[in-house]
Ligand binder design. Structure first.
Ligand code: AMP
Length: 407
């Protein structure tokens, strides 16, 4: 089935066509029809599966059809855990709804509220928001959600992880009981199920690739590389695939900064993205990456969750994640929609256990990318990094000095 066969507004179909969306992805195929029928949906789907459009397409269609005469208030709230996601998802709504009369706005903290209030007062249909700023505006009397038709909770598992459980319960006090609720999560647990059942009613349950949570159109490989050698291998790959886009995950902010500095020393341009960077700058970094101005983003798990960059070719797990679930989220940055993607993990001896946990979690062994001993040495010998060359020279001198002493 293709989008042109769907019973949705031709304004949306034309727009999807322009965006190059011809066939629905798995989650879209399973969810759109039920949402159009007015049912609640509870879906387990990872980012990269096309889940945003799976709720945006039918919600926009229903809002367009049920155009409420004279009413300018908000009819749909999409609640998300991070500001980046609020921005990204509001852009998807704006894009898909471009030819319709449906107006969407992304609301989040970290920016002045006056302009936001003005936009809300001018009339809105869809508000994509993080809990913090939304509750601020509700308590100040600037937001009225009492006539809401749709509540969408996206990345609900991350919302729980970030401690937004109470916020989700609180929003229920501000919205009508009669509404359509769409609940999306990347992973499922008892806690998530309890949360879901507290907000949805007789929901249709949808699960995408339940056994293997790693998106299917991604090739996975692991290379065994020792901790101190990782940056040279990264340099090697980034220089070899000069025209490709990369997202590189490191374990901590400090590791991110160090990796960026190491790449800079060898003339490879990268940018750091992590929670320690100011919000405005974080958006600017993502925009530069999306526009292709920068092709390598080095980041932590926290900053990159849920971010959609359609042209992402490679995910590099520079450090393996402690939590195997994050492996799935990281790899989900590539292989978006119907595209293929590559995920390469660097695994040091100390990280073997983490690798085993990931393989147990996903239920699949990750293919080993064999590096021949000579190639490994050659990559280390082929280093442009001046600081490292000095270090090597000194090491060599020290070794030779040692030999002399032994002698
Ligand atoms: P999401 O999982 O919502 O973050 O979407 C992942 C990516 O898939 C985005 O870059 C979308 O633009 C793309 N996408 C979503 N649906 C389709 C579709 N039906 N055909 C092609 N690409 C799609």
């Amino acid at each position: 089935m293709k989008f042109k066969d769907y019973n949705i507004s031709s304004l949306i179909k034309e727009q999807l066509d322009e965006m190059g969306f011809t066939k629905p992805t798995d989650i879209q195929f399973k969810a759109i029809k039920h949402i159009l029928d007015g049912e609640d949906v509870m879906a387990v789907a990872q980012t990269g599966t096309g889940k945003t459009a799976a709720f945006a397409i039918p919600v926009i269609d229903l809002l367009e059809r049920k155009n409420r005469k004279g009413y300018k208030g908000i009819r749909c709230v999409v609640m998300v855990p991070t500001r980046e996601l609020a921005k990204q998802i509001s852009l998807v709504f704006q894009q898909i709804g471009k030819r319709t009369s449906v107006k969407t706005f992304g609301l989040f903290g970290g920016v002045e509220q006056e302009q936001q209030i003005r936009t809300i007062n001018n009339g809105l249909d869809v508000l994509v928001t993080t809990p913090g700023r939304m509750f601020d505006l509700i308590s100040q009397g600037f937001l009225d959600l009492s006539k809401l038709d749709f509540l969408v909770l996206d990345e609900a598992d991350l919302m729980l992880d970030l401690g937004f459980n109470k916020d989700i319960q609180d929003i229920l006090k501000h919205i009508p009981q009669r509404r359509q609720t769409l609940f999306f999560t990347a992973t499922i647990s008892k806690k998530i199920k309890n949360l879901a059942y507290s907000v949805v009613r007789n929901a249709i349950r949808i699960q995408i690739s339940p056994k293997n949570p790693v998106a299917k159109n991604i090739d996975h490989a692991v290379a065994f590389i020792e901790m101190d050698d990782k940056r040279f291998f990264l340099e090697n790959i980034l220089k070899e695939y000069e025209e490709k886009n990369f997202i590189v995950f490191a374990r901590t902010k400090v590791r991110v900064e160090r990796t960026v500095a190491a790449m800079e020393r060898v003339g490879v341009k990268t940018e750091a993205l992590h929670g320690g960077i100011d919000q405005k700058e974080r958006f600017a970094i993502l925009d530069r990456f999306r526009s292709g101005e920068n092709r390598v983003l080095v980041t932590t798990d926290v900053a990159a969750r849920g971010i959609d960059i359609p042209t992402m070719d490679y995910v590099i797990n520079y450090d393996l994640p402690e939590d195997p679930e994050n492996y799935v989220h990281r790899c989900g940055r590539t292989g978006r929609g119907n595209k293929r993607g590559q995920a390469l993990s660097f695994c040091s001896t100390g990280e073997r256990e983490l690798l085993a946990n990931i393989e147990e979690y996903t239920g699949e062994e990750i293919e080993q990318y064999e590096i021949h001993e000579d190639d490994y040495k050659e990559i280390l010998n082929d280093i442009d990094d001046p600081t490292y060359n000095w270090k090597r020279l000194l090491d060599q001198v020290n070794k030779e000095d040692g030999k002399e002493e032994e002698w």
